[in-house]
Structure formats: structure tokens, C-alpha cells
Design a protein around this ligand. Structure first.
Ligand code: SF4
Length: 81
């Protein structure tokens, strides 16, 4: 898996050095993510429809979950130790 750097430090998967510690992540469009359930995520990647974006601001990390949220784990993604 490629190294993923991210500076969203209130995400459950964020680690020191701005590194993403998720076992896998799903990037999708803002529009799709805004209407998709929390439990649809990287482990379901083949179920995501293919789509296009015109600029980076139209994409987002679907795997984000706030630290200490009760939604941690609903998507099957784990945090690397
Ligand atoms: S899951 Fe997404 S938002 Fe969270 S640290 Fe990784 S890349 Fe950043």
C-alpha cells in the first residue's frame, strides 16, 4: 500500500508525522460520500460506482472518522499499530 500522508489530526487513523494509519482507505467524490452510509467504505470498494472529478476539491477521504467516535469500526477498517 502506498504511504498516505494526511494532516487531519482529529481522525481516528491519524498518526504523528501526518501519516495515515488506516489499514485501507476509500477516496470518493464529495457528492457521493455525502449520501453514502458510514458503513460503506474501503472494504466495499468494488461496490462504489466509478465517477469523475474535475478538481481535487471535489474528492474526499470516505474513511475519515473522528477520534473517539462511536462510529469507529463500523466500516471494517482497522488502525495499524
Ligand atoms: S483515514 Fe483519511 S482522514 Fe483519516 S488519517 Fe487517513 S487519510 Fe486522513
Amino acid at each position: 500500500m502506498p504511504k498516505i500522508y494526511c494532516n487531519i489530526n482529529n481522525c481516528h487513523y491519524w498518526s504523528q508525522g501526518n501519516q495515515c494509519g488506516a489499514s485501507e482507505i476509500m477516496v470518493t467524490s464529495d457528492a457521493f460520500a455525502s449520501q453514502a452510509p458510514d458503513d460503506l467504505d474501503a472494504s466495499d470498494h468494488v461496490q462504489f460506482p466509478q465517477m469523475e472529478a474535475n478538481q481535487c476539491m471535489e474528492t474526499c477521504c470516505k474513511t475519515f472518522v473522528p477520534a473517539y467516535s462511536d462510529q469507529i469500526g463500523v466500516d471494517g477498517v482497522t488502525k495499524n499499530s
